[in-house]
Design a protein around this ligand. Structure first.
Ligand SMILES: NC(=O)c1ccc[n+]([C@@H]2O[C@H](COP(=O)([O-])OP(=O)(O)OC[C@H]3O[C@@H](n4cnc5c(N)ncnc54)[C@H](O)[C@@H]3O)[C@@H](O)[C@H]2O)c1
Length: 254
C-alpha cells in the first residue's frame, strides 16, 4: 500500500498507460479520480475497479477544455477533501506526416491536447496542492522530447515544451512543497502504438525498427510506466524535482 491515503487525479486514464497507472495507484491504496474523453472506457474501468473494491471514479473530461480540467480537479478535492498528486497523461499522436505538410489544424489539435491539456492540469492542480500543504505533479512527456525518427513534428514540439513547463513549475513552487517532474517513455505497448502499427505501410518493419532502436529489444508495458509515475508521485522521490525520468529500454543511450 505505497499510496495509502493519497488522492490522485489521472488524465487519459481510460486507456493505455494511464489506465495501468490508475489501477496500480488504486491497488496501492490511493483514491483515484480518472478523467478521459472516452466515457465508455472510463465506465468499464470504474466497474472493474469497483469489483476489486478500489477507490476509483471516472469523470468524462476533455483536457483541451480548461473548464473540464478545472471540474475534474475540483471534483477530486470535493469528494476526497484534498489533492495529493496529478498525473497529466492524456495525449494523442500525430499521424506520420512530412513536416512541411502539417496543417495548422493538425498542429493545433496535437498542441491543444498534449501541451495545453498538461498546462491546464498543472494550473488547476497547483492551488489544490497548495491548500494541501504541497504535493506532486507528474507530466507525461516522451523520449520524443530528445530523440525522434521524423514525421511527428507537432508531437515532438508538444513533448519538448512539456519538459520546459515541468522545470518552470518545479522551480517556482519548490519552496511551497510542490514537486513537478516528467516521465519520458520510449516505445510502450498501448493503443497509441497499436494505431501507429495499423497505419504503417509495413507493420513488421515498423515493429522491427522499434526493437532495433531499443537495446532491451521490446516495447515497454503500461505497468512499467505506472511504477515510474508512482515513484515520482510519492514520497519515495522526496528530493527529486524538475527532472524527466526516461523509461525507454535504453533507447536514448544509443
Ligand atoms: N505509447 C507510447 O509509446 C508513448 C511514448 C511516450 C509517451 N507517450 C505518452 O503517454 C500518454 C498516454 O499515451 P498512451 O500510449 O497510453 O495512449 P493511448 O491512446 O493508449 O491512451 C491515451 C488516453 O488518452 C485519452 N485521451 C485522448 N485525448 C484526450 C483528451 N482530449 N482528453 C482526455 N483524454 C484524452 C484517450 O481516450 C486514451 O484513453 C500520452 O501523453 C502519450 O503521448 C506514449
Amino acid at each position: 500500500m505505497r499510496l495509502e491515503g493519497m488522492v490522485a487525479v489521472i488524465t487519459g486514464g481510460a486507456g493505455g498507460m494511464g489506465r495501468d497507472t490508475a489501477m496500480l495507484f488504486a491497488r496501492e491504496g490511493a483514491s483515484v479520480m480518472v478523467g478521459d474523453v472516452d466515457a465508455e472506457g472510463g465506465a468499464k474501468l470504474a466497474a472493474e475497479a469497483q469489483a476489486s473494491n478500489f477507490k476509483l471514479s471516472f469523470l468524462r473530461t476533455d483536457v483541451s477544455k480548461e473548464a473540464d480540467v478545472a471540474a475534474l480537479i475540483a471534483k477530486a478535492e470535493a469528494d476526497h477533501g484534498k489533492l495529493d498528486t496529478i498525473f497529466n497523461n492524456a495525449g494523442i499522436e500525430q499521424p506520420v506526416t512530412p513536416s512541411d505538410e502539417v496543417s495548422e489544424a493538425l498542429f493545433e489539435r496535437v498542441i491543444d491536447i498534449n501541451l495545453k491539456g498538461t498546462f491546464f492540469g498543472c494550473k488547476h492542480a497547483i492551488p489544490a496542492l497548495l491548500r494541501n500543504g504541497g504535493g506532486t505533479i507528474v507530466n507525461n512527456s516522451s523520449v520524443s522530447a530528445f530523440a525522434n525518427v521524423g514525421g511527428n513534428l507537432s508531437y515532438a514540439a508538444s513533448k519538448g515544451a512539456i519538459m520546459s513547463m515541468t522545470r518552470v513549475i518545479a522551480i517556482e513552487y519548490a519552496a511551497r512543497n510542490i514537486r513537478c517532474n516528467a516521465i519520458n517513455p520510449g516505445v510502450i505497448d498501448t493503443g497509441m502504438n497499436q494505431r501507429n502499427l495499423e497505419k504503417a505501410v509495413d507493420k513488421e518493419a515498423l515493429e522491427q525498427k522499434w526493437r532495433s532502436i531499443t537495446p532491451l529489444g521490446r516495447m515497454g508495458t503500461g505497468e512499467e510506466i505506472g511504477e515510474a509515475v508512482l515513484y515520482l508521485a510519492s514520497k519515495q522521490s522526496s528530493f527529486v524535482t524538475g527532472i524527466g525520468l526516461v523509461i525507454d529500454g535504453g533507447r536514448i543511450a544509443t
